[in-house]
Write a protein that binds this ligand. Structure first.
Ligand SMILES: Nc1ncnc2c1ncn2[C@@H]1O[C@H](COP(=O)(O)OP(=O)(O)OP(=O)(O)O)[C@@H](O)[C@H]1O
Ligand SMILES: [Mg+2]
Length: 206
């Protein structure tokens, strides 16, 4: 067990409606979609991975849908025009809905820069009565650019990458996310702990 997760919180996670200590039959569980949105470098993949690892210590049936990986496969035909970004988000939402409908906790991590696309993702989840938890990773663009874990900001600045979110393509700040993580000033561990705490309270209500 991760020593950084308080014992009290762990015991409360055990109380998740979807956590059944006597079986691994997650198909009887209640799924949910945890949708991480934010600029490139805001920490979506980092938090998604850490969150999945933390939840997996307490239950099975957790999966991550990461934007980068999906763009290498299922969405490899899509680019970065507004239309393609919309389709990218729609496909991920449809996949997430199916998986959550099977009882999985689905952590979707993609920039998803446009409000209408995120609203559509939420509406898609609603068609299957799947809980949709929008998590906004609030990190100033200058911090993201300084981190530049994949060198993308540098390429965007030199013009070898066009339509890059935060540089020459817009990011619409979520209007009503379920939770905001201030990943520009917190450590990844702190952000993960805040999100876990929130999810406990939220997931016991579904
Ligand atoms: N509070 C925090 N939460 C998440 N990541 C953080 C935090 N503080 C610092 N970091 C660092 O910021 C970087 C975030 O990179 P990451 O690949 O997770 O971003 P991303 O949002 O997935 O970007 P992209 O959209 O390009 O895939 C990592 O190097 C991570 O260690
Ligand atoms: Mg990522």
């Amino acid at each position: 067990m991760d020593a950084s997760i308080p014992a009290a919180l762990v015991s409360r996670i055990r109380g998740l409606k979807s956590f059944d200590p006597d079986t691994t039959a997650t198909h009887a569980s209640t799924g949910a979609i945890i949708w991480l949105t934010g600029l490139s470098g805001s920490g979506k993949t980092t938090i998604a991975t850490e969150l999945a690892n933390a939840l997996r210590r307490e239950r099975s049936g957790v999966c991550v849908l990461d934007g980068d990986e999906l763009r290498r496969g299922v969405n490899s035909d899509l680019g970065f025009s507004p239309e393609d970004r919309t389709e990218n988000v729609r496909r991920v939402a449809e996949l997430a809905k199916l998986l959550a409908g099977e009882g999985l906790i689905v952590i979707a991590a993609l920039i998803s820069p446009f409000q209408k696309d995120r609203s559509n993702a939420r509406a898609i989840a609603r068609t299957a009565e799947v809980d949709f938890i929008e998590v906004y990773l609030n990190c100033p663009v200058d911090v993201c650019e300084h981190r530049d874990p994949k060198g993308l900001y540098k390429r965007a600045r030199t013009g070898s990458l066009v339509a890059f979110t935060g540089i020459d393509s817009g990011y619409e700040v979520p209007q009503e996310p379920e939770i905001v993580l201030f990943t520009g000033v917190q450590s990844a561990g702190e952000s993960r702990a805040v999100l876990l705490e929130f999810l406990h309270d939220r997931l016991t209500r579904i």
